[in-house]
Design a protein around this ligand. Structure first.
Ligand code: SAM
Length: 260
């Protein structure tokens, strides 16, 4: 085992034994402890209220899709019926089935993936899109930050094409110096934007979540051009609304995937 992998293995093993969310996930049947991040975001923002169609981008192994399946169907009978699926999940990797969830193995940066999602919803748009995407880590801090920012932009681009007016978007990002830039971009397409770090997100991780409430369907923002348009705002940190910020910055994304 390479030294870096060994370090992570031992660290995660230690974490796992004492981590309450890891144990809770195991007890409650979630595939990863990340489930609690989405549940805690919902505690504060009520993101599942009145949602009949939701998309989980970058979903494997599937704990967020499990949460969506639990929250969006009223009964097991409804969840098991394939007449009207309420949840679509997309990942590059294969994912084990979840009742009530249509699983698409695909890349969120492509038009085909968008077409497939809209196909499941018979052309109707979603009221909620969540994205927990993380690209493969290269170990080079700046490249990793760049790839993460690209993935977040891809998530926003696909979301712009499948979210209904008034809809909600939740996405993971890694805190870096361009936070004000992300906020300004989000503010063009959502009426309210928040940045949060749920209690279950490890203090040592630089991850945080951006939440866009009340989507503006007819915003004139074209995301591929947004970088240029918004660069003039990038040095205005006062515009950033941070509900809670963690000061310890170490780029990690150990999600403690559970194996049953
Ligand atoms: C942290 S995991 C998601 C965990 C998931 N939310 C859960 O609760 O089980 C990040 C995922 O992002 C996926 N991913 C990265 N880039 C992607 C892309 N371009 N399209 C689709 N999925 C992608 C990875 O394959 C990985 O499974």
């Amino acid at each position: 085992m390479k030294l870096e992998k060994k370090r992570k293995f031992f660290k995660n093993t230690l974490y796992s034994k004492t981590d309450i969310y890891y144990r809770k996930a195991k007890e409650e049947g979630y595939r990863a402890r990340s489930a609690y991040k989405l549940l805690q975001i919902d505690d504060e923002f009520k993101i599942f209220q009145n949602v009949t169609r939701a998309v989980d981008l970058c979903s494997a192994p599937g704990s967020w899709s499990q949460v969506l399946s639990n929250k969006l169907y009223k009964s097991d009978e409804e969840r098991k019926s394939t007449d009207q699926l309420r949840v679509v999940s997309v990942d590059l990797q294969e994912m084990a089935p979840i009742d009530g969830v249509a699983i698409i193995q695909g890349d969120i940066t492509t038009q085909q993936t968008l077409d497939k999602i809209l196909g499941v919803f018979k052309g109707e748009k979603a009221e909620l899109v969540v994205s927990d995407g993380a690209p493969d880590v290269t170990g080079f801090h700046e490249i990793d930050q760049y790839l993460q920012a690209q993935l977040l932009q891809a998530a926003l681009t696909i979301t712009q094409n499948m979210l209904r007016e008034g809809g909600i978007f939740v996405a993971k990002f890694f805190k870096s110096s361009d936070l004000s830039y992300l906020y300004v971009m989000m503010k063009q397409i959502f009426r309210n934007v928040y940045v949060v770090k749920p209690q279950s997100s490890r203090a040592s991780s630089a991850e945080a979540f951006v939440i866009g409430l009340s989507f503006i369907e007819n915003s004139s923002l074209v995301l591929s051009d947004s970088m240029k348009t918004l660069s003039s705002y990038a040095h205005n940190p006062q515009t950033v609304s941070i509900k809670e910020e963690n000061k310890e910055e170490e780029d990690e994304d150990d999600d403690d995937v559970l194996t049953f």
